[in-house]
Design a protein around this ligand. Structure first.
Ligand SMILES: [Zn+2]
Length: 378
């Protein structure tokens, strides 16, 4: 067995115990005090593993935790990105307790992504105890609001990504076999607001302008912008409008989610949405919103990085595949800043954001070992 994997296997129970401890400190994105509680515990644990830790204070979100580790044999830095926040509220662990069943550790945030944080901690501990140095200095950033858009962290993520040779994102691996993610779609979000004119639907229908009718024209136009052949999806996910069935609707609105593979496509779709014109005479149409996360693009450098990870996993005795997803992460920001990025380096598991969320316990030593090897070689 590879000595690094052997180290992780020897410490498997401690890795599980650490993960349980971090899951038990619940940390919903919108609860600063809760996320701060977790980050203080983590800072102490990472400091014990040899990291220089620093908090970047935030007002309404948890403070960010930035850490540097090692000297590096080459100049520059390797960025590792994790988020401490989860989609679960404080107290939910009572309804969804930590438990191991059939080799799976269930609990809120086990996979997304306290598993990834735990793997990073053990990767650094292992390197410290075995006297190993990384290829480049490790810059680890633990963010606090990834699940609600990363507004508190985006600037720092992009700034550090521009300084980094590569970015490793410890989000959960893709089920069923723990594939890494080499691409993610970008995201955009729009609201359309329509103003018509109310009128009595029976007595004076011709005096009104129906905002609902106006919106209906655009719903079909928007849905038809979906083009799976290039990976673009446009989803009119929410509509609202009207007041009563016997009143011509004075207002209507729609909330739209857009996903895309390239910025070019993002701009093309945005041009169409922002260029929508009213169809009914007298109706007023207003569009708000824009592009949120750029796509994480499968560049040549990303492919090379993935192939390196695959070769290192093979040396450790397991396979990793490559996949992509329509879901976004902070890897979108590192990639958008021009930094070759691979994602899904966290624990293998499934059921993210549900009470069925779990990590596969046996995957923890393997994935921790892979992280060490990437820090050494990639
Ligand atoms: Zn996540």
């Amino acid at each position: 067995m590879h000595p690094i994997l052997a180290y992780m296997e020897q410490h498997k129970q401690e890795i599980i115990d650490d993960l349980k401890e971090f899951v038990a400190i619940e940390s919903p994105s919108n609860d600063k005090a809760a996320v701060d509680r977790l980050s203080r515990v983590l800072a102490e644990r990472f400091a014990g593993a040899g990291a220089n830790t620093e908090f970047l204070p935030r007002e309404n979100r948890g403070d960010l935790l930035r850490m540097a580790w090692g000297v590096g044999q080459e100049p520059g830095q390797t960025m590792v990105l994790c988020h401490m926040d989860t989609v679960f509220g404080v107290g939910e662990i009572a309804k969804n307790p930590l438990r191991i069943e059939n080799g799976r550790l269930y609990g809120p945030g086990t996979s997304d992504m306290k598993g990834g944080i735990t793997l990073l901690l053990w990767a650094l501990r292992c390197m410290k105890e075995l006297g190993l140095q990384p290829k480049r200095k490790v810059l680890a950033l633990l963010t606090s609001d990834e699940e609600i858009g990363s507004h508190a962290a985006r600037e720092v993520i992009e700034e550090e990504a521009r300084r980094s040779a590569i970015a490793l994102i410890a989000e959960p691996a893709m089920p069923p076999k723990g594939a890494l993610k080499t691409w993610r779609k970008g995201t955009a979000d729009y609201h359309i607001y329509i103003t018509g004119k109310p009128a009595h639907a029976g007595a004076d229908p011709t005096k009104g302008i129906s905002a609902v009718e106006e919106l209906a024209h655009h719903i079909l136009t928007l849905q038809k912008l979906t083009d799976m052949s290039v990976g673009t999806t446009v989803n009119v996910g929410v509509i609202q409008g009207g007041s009563r069935s016997n009143v011509v609707a004075p207002e209507a609105s729609a909330h739209i989610d857009v996903r895309f593979m390239t910025m070019e496509e993002a701009h093309r779709i945005e041009g169409i949405i922002k260029g929508l014109k009213p169809v009914l005479p007298g109706a007023v149409l207003r569009v708000e919103g824009g592009i949120n996360r750029p796509p994480m693009v499968r560049t040549e450098a990303t492919v090379a990085l993935f192939q390196k990870a695959q070769a290192l996993a093979a040396e450790l005795g397991f396979d990793v595949d490559e996949m992509g997803t329509g879901g976004a992460s902070d890897g979108n920001f590192t990639s958008g800043a021009g930094c070759p990025t691979i994602d899904g380096l966290g624990a293998c598991g499934d059921g993210l954001h549900t009470f069925e969320e779990y990590v596969v316990v046996d995957s923890l030593p393997q994935r921790a070992a892979l992280l060490v090897r990437l820090l050494q070689e990639a």
